[in-house]
Ligand binder design. Structure first.
Ligand SMILES: Nc1ncnc2c1ncn2[C@@H]1O[C@H](COP(=O)(O)OS(=O)(=O)O)[C@@H](OP(=O)(O)O)[C@H]1O
Ligand SMILES: [Mg+2]
Ligand SMILES: [Mg+2]
Ligand SMILES: [Mg+2]
Length: 407
């Protein structure tokens, strides 16, 4: 029995909105060419730049390119009229973009690191049972390529056929744990945000013996400009037009970087860091859009106690970690919903946790414990998340614990 079965993530398909199979390839082809036109041009290949001095240079390069390529696929779906949406048994959505992005990322990781294990969010069961849906995903996957042939070669090129694609999707079924090299993938984090035109992230991290060593986030709807102010509201109708699309990365002990997302060769990265504020009253919160993912009421009480007057900015996905890491936001709280018993998944946090810490932030749970990625696919040792610049984290955590009555 697979990991997904045991953790009850299997799909009970309720809704299927399917693109007309005949029109899909031309739509995707046209959108692929649009995405190539609107994004900035290439500056430098990573093998000539910052990844050379890294202790994980190949892992970083492959993760960056794989996230970039998968992000291009998600952008094609984002622009399509229908997104082939299914509802999973936990009532959360999955789209052809989630499946396609996962297939492309696993294919690239397995080509370069065949003996590494992978813990990924999705599984192929529903595609196996629905030929039309499978064809839609396959049409996307086979059409999506980076502009740069040498980057494509690095990723191992295309997947050969639709059956291999299903097999590849299911190679993300490792049980995880605290030993060896384990990648974790969230092909689209914030699928609800993706569907409503808000923020979402393509997320990849490498965990070695339980410790996150490499993290990459592709955020097609975030501004390229690290100092751009956070956009308010719930992040609806964000666009991935010119000036949007950012790629964040970090290697343990080597700091974190941001660069334009791009479509081919990796562009020149910039170092990012959290805001240098020393008092929480100057801070701005990033919080989840969905009140059943993180308690908005408790967040508001904590903000009041910290004398925070700036309104919270709600956005989906690990774009919240990226925003704190580059100083656009200051505090990300993910507070357990009262009466709920949800346990966080490693793919929702691994990359963002490392990128925030490597930017000068501190990330703990509500008890002040570091996030523990050695326990399998779930963060069973943690409750909630408190991420903030290291200068204010202790003050924020103290108030979180007061408001939530944490012993
Ligand atoms: N009940 C509950 N509580 C907490 N978290 C949950 C819950 N249900 C789902 N999820 C996970 O939330 C992921 C999306 O997180 P976000 O921060 O984007 O949430 S929000 O939609 O903005 O509120 C989402 O990730 P994706 O499925 O990749 O979108 C889920 O893994
Ligand atoms: Mg999901
Ligand atoms: Mg997620
Ligand atoms: Mg997801």
């Amino acid at each position: 029995m697979s990991f997904h079965t045991r953790f009850a993530f299997r799909f009970s398909t309720v809704i299927i909105v399917i693109l007309a199979a005949t029109s899909a390839p031309s739509v995707f082809h046209r959108l692929a060419s649009i995405s190539r036109q609107v994004l900035p041009s290439t500056v430098k290949h990573p093998s000539q730049s910052s990844t050379m001095s890294s202790s994980y240079p190949k892992e970083l390069e492959v993760a960056l390119l794989a996230v970039q390529r998968a992000s291009i696929l998600t952008k094609q779906v984002f622009h399509a009229k229908s997104k082939g949406t299914l509802t999973k048994s936990d009532a959360s959505p999955v789209t052809i973009g989630d499946y396609g992005a996962q297939a492309l990322i696993i294919s690239a990781l397995k080509h370069n690191f065949p003996s590494d294990e992978i813990v990924a969010e999705e599984e192929s069961t529903d595609l196996q049972q629905d030929a039309a849906l499978k064809d839609l995903v396959w049409n996307l996957v086979k059409e999506t390529k980076l502009d740069d042939p040498s980057a494509e070669t690095t990723l191992g090129g295309s997947i050969t056929d639709a059956e291999s694609m299903l097999n590849i999707i299911d190679q993300g079924n490792s049980k995880g744990g605290g030993k060896g090299r384990i990648w974790t993938i969230d092909p689209i984090d914030g699928t609800k945000g993706f569907l409503r035109g808000g923020q979402y992230a393509v997320c990849v991290a490498l965990i070695v013996d339980g410790d996150v060593k490499v993290g990459v986030l592709g955020c097609p709807n975030l501004p390229v400009d690290d100092s751009a102010p956070l956009e308010g509201g719930i992040g609806e109708n964000q666009s991935d037009a010119e000036g949007k699309g950012a790629l964040a990365s970090a290697v343990k002990g080597e700091g974190s970087q941001s660069r334009p997302l791009g479509t081919g060769k990796l562009q020149t990265p910039r170092k990012i860091s959290v805001q240098s504020i020393s008092t929480p009253s100057e801070a701005a919160f990033c919080e989840s859009v969905e009140a059943n993912h993180s308690s908005h009421g408790d967040n508001a009480k904590i903000a009041k106690k910290l004398d925070i007057t700036k309104p919270s900015v709600r956005m989906d996905s690990q774009a919240k970690y990226f925003s704190v890491a580059r100083g656009a936001g200051d505090i990300y709280l993910r507070l357990p919903v009262r009466g709920g018993n949800y346990i966080e998944k490693i793919w929702d946090h691994a990359a963002g946790d490392l990128i925030t810490r490597e930017s000068g932030g501190t990330v703990t749970d509500i008890r002040g414990k570091s996030l523990d990625f050695s326990q399998g696919p779930l963060l069973t040792g943690n409750t909630g998340v408190v991420a903030a610049g290291s200068a204010i984290h202790a003050q924020v955590l103290k108030v979180v614990q007061e408001v939530l009555s944490v012993e």
